[in-house]
Ligand binder design. Structure first.
Ligand SMILES: [Zn+2]
Length: 301
């Protein structure tokens, strides 16, 4: 059986994915970030249309369970914009949830993830989890253990929020060492926030996908290292493992506000990568790599 990518409108062959923003958000909200919610469907549609106008064909929303992913809105947004959307299940850091709700869900996370991947009206196509700062706390270990179980039951890929880009190797130790998830089914996110090229190289040598973010106000301090990080990985033979997303998490970060938002991936970043690092690498990052990273041999327990 070949791998398929699970979009909100159904499973597609990897070659149908096209130019992909591999880590982003149309909807997200957290009690830890009051007033910064992405919850406006019209604004989400406008951003998708702006991305599509530049040739964008797919967006992966890494908003996990319980953080306002508005999954029920995604099929209509996908139809209206012509952009394929992959949504996520999984769980973020504990601070993003009501403690009583976390307590209620504690023992049933793997079943919850499996349900959202295989049975929900709009199915998720990946499992999102999160580490802590330079370490994995008890919550992160518990959620990653459940994610590994759900991965083994469904074959869904696992995307990881690395806090400030840190603890990449600890995540691989736990998911791949302890829980035997194949490294190429793990996508490490936010690595550009911690531009330690030695760690990037070690994570790539382990076999994981490495997801970098486009520039943003919050990551301004490390954004200028992005092309150097990509180039170092490509030079070391890891061009096939790099992904890029805009990771838009607040209304002010969208292209109709203070930007740069989703469209800048294609209007600003891709031309620079093509010019400075080569067309082949740009095509791998935006088309070939996401098609492999998000494809799964879907099954149910
Ligand atoms: Zn994100």
């Amino acid at each position: 059986m070949r791998g398929m990518i699970r979009t909100v409108l159904g499973d597609i062959a990897p070659e149908e994915l096209g130019v992909c923003d591999a880590h982003d958000h149309l909807f997200i909200g957290s009690p830890a970030l009051p007033g910064q919610e992405l919850d406006d469907p019209e604004a989400a549609l406008a951003e998708l249309k702006a991305f599509a106008a530049l040739g964008g064909r797919a967006v992966v929303q890494w908003t996990p369970w319980g953080m306002g992913s508005r999954t029920e809105r995604l099929p209509a947004l996908s139809r209206q914009s012509g952009v394929r959307i992959v949504s996520a299940t999984g769980m973020h850091q504990a601070k993003h949830y009501d403690p009583a709700e976390l307590e209620r869900r504690h023992g049933g996370l793997a079943d919850l993830f499996i349900h959202e991947l295989t049975d929900a009206p709009v199915k998720a196509g990946m499992i999102k989890v999160a580490g802590a700062y330079h370490r994995l706390d008890d919550h992160a270990r518990h959620v990653m253990t459940a994610a590994a179980e759900a991965h083994h039951a469904t074959d869904a890929p696992i995307g990881v929020h690395l806090e400030a880009g840190t603890a990449a190797l600890d995540v691989l130790d736990l998911l791949c060492g302890t829980h035997e998830v194949a490294p190429h089914r793990v996508i490490l996110g936010h690595l550009h926030r911690f531009p330690d090229t030695r760690i990037h190289r070690q994570a790539a040598e382990a076999g994981a996908f490495l997801a970098f973010d486009g520039p943003s106000r919050v990551n301004h301090g490390t954004d200028w290292r992005l092309l150097d990080s990509l180039s170092a990985l490509a030079d070391a033979g890891h061009a096939q493992q790099i992904l890029l997303g805009a990771d838009t998490v607040t209304p002010s970060a969208r292209s109709d506000a203070d930007g740069p938002g989703m469209p800048f991936l294609l209007s600003g970043l891709r031309p620079r990568i093509e010019r400075e690092l080569g067309l082949d690498l740009a095509t791998a990052i935006f088309v070939g790599n996401p098609a492999r990273a998000f494809a799964a041999r879907w099954r149910r327990p």
